[in-house]
Design a protein around this ligand. Structure first.
Ligand SMILES: Nc1nc2c([nH]c(=O)n2[C@H]2C[C@H](O)[C@@H](COP(=O)(O)OP(=O)(O)OP(=O)(O)O)O2)c(=O)[nH]1
Ligand SMILES: [Mg+2]
Length: 320
């Protein structure tokens, strides 16, 4: 007999202080005693969002308004295949309480990793912690231009995740630029990811690294500590699966569309992109010819959001 398939809708509910609600599963339940994002199984003929509204009313006594897809996670437990369809909402009525006797708690997003969750929740926690935009810096020649552009993205645009991509700078100038980028990111509470190998973290105490797909394919295991972020570039299913094997925390998947820098490239388009994202074991950013205007579209097909150089770095050249 094939394994039982269980389809669950769950929510990351945020309050106006930016905290997220978690609940503790009763000790006698499946995955008992562990924390969870509230929700439950779809009833026959229900959609994910209908199930979510019903479960949150039953379990927490709240009414949900607008909600947006956050991430879909397929996970094999020994006894079942589970699909967790997770939504994000900031729009709820009523003060949530444990209507089934469960403990509920508002927690800071940065504290989520201190709570024991079921195995399947690992990518969900990553997804809750990550923003919708992933800024990749351009190959900027001038230091002053670089700093002005980065400061504007962090300040006016509220960017909170930055990848320093400066492949053409020689070592000393790369070091200076990385130190400057780190200082600016720290000032704005943003995370800095270095494009390149794990050795870069010995030179700059940034938040993680981003591996090009060639470097990703050469790895047998995760090359950096668990308290740093591991990001990578993927372009097809084999690379998405390799990213899972080496425990990437998130990836970029490209090229979604043609870009001025790669005219005539073979692109995947939203349909193929969605197919690849569905079984990806980590949050995925759409990359390649996408801009912030595509961010709702990206969410709707299961992505974390969009990654872009051009959108933030050369905004005058973006077609809207
Ligand atoms: N709600 C929720 N379930 C999760 C999470 N992580 C995870 O592995 N699960 C698993 C545990 C369960 O096997 C299944 C959810 O089932 P459930 O027990 O919440 O279902 P339900 O609310 O409909 O409860 P019941 O009618 O079966 O009593 O998904 C999570 O973050 N939230
Ligand atoms: Mg439940």
């Amino acid at each position: 007999m094939p394994k039982r398939r269980v389809h669950v809708a769950a929510a990351a509910i945020f309050n106006e202080r930016g905290q997220v609600l978690i609940a503790r599963r009763p000790s006698i339940a499946d995955q008992g005693g562990l924390w969870e994002f509230p929700g439950g199984k779809l009833a026959p003929f229900e959609t994910g969002l209908e199930a979510l509204r019903r479960e949150l009313a039953e379990e927490l006594g709240v009414t949900i308004g607008r909600a947006q897809p956050l991430i879909r996670v397929h996970h094999e437990y020994p006894d079942k295949h589970i699909l967790l369809d997770v939504w994000e909402t900031h729009d709820y009525e009523g003060e949530p309480w444990g209507r089934e006797g469960q403990a509920v708690r508002w927690v800071e997003v940065g504290d989520l990793e201190r709570y024991p969750f079921p195995e399947a929740n690992h990518p969900i926690i990553r997804s809750v912690m990550l923003p919708r935009y992933y800024l990749i810096t351009g190959e900027e020649e001038e230091d002053a231009h670089f700093e002005r552009k980065l400061a504007r993205a962090l300040g006016e645009d509220g960017i909170r995740l930055v990848q320093l991509r400066a492949k053409t700078l020689e070592a000393d100038r790369w070091q200076e630029r990385a130190e400057r980028a780190l200082a600016l990111c720290r000032q704005h509470g943003a995370r800095l990811i270095l494009n390149g190998g794990p050795e870069l973290l010995e030179r700059i105490d940034a938040d993680g690294i981003h591996l090009p797909s060639t470097a990703l394919l050469g790895l047998e295991r995760r090359p950096i500590a668990a308290d740093k972020w591991l990001s990578a570039s993927a372009h097809d299913q084999a690379q998405v699966e390799q990213a899972a094997r080496v425990s990437c925390d998130f990836i970029t998947l490209s090229p979604l569309r043609e870009t001025p820098s790669h005219p005539g490239a073979i692109t995947m388009g939203w349909h193929d992109f969605q197919q690849l994202v569905e079984y990806a074991a980590m949050p995925v950013y759409a990359l390649g010819g996408v801009t912030r205007h595509d961010s709702d579209r990206a969410r709707a097909v299961g992505a974390q959001g969009i990654a872009s150089i051009r959108d933030y770095w050369y905004p005058d050249t973006v077609r809207s």
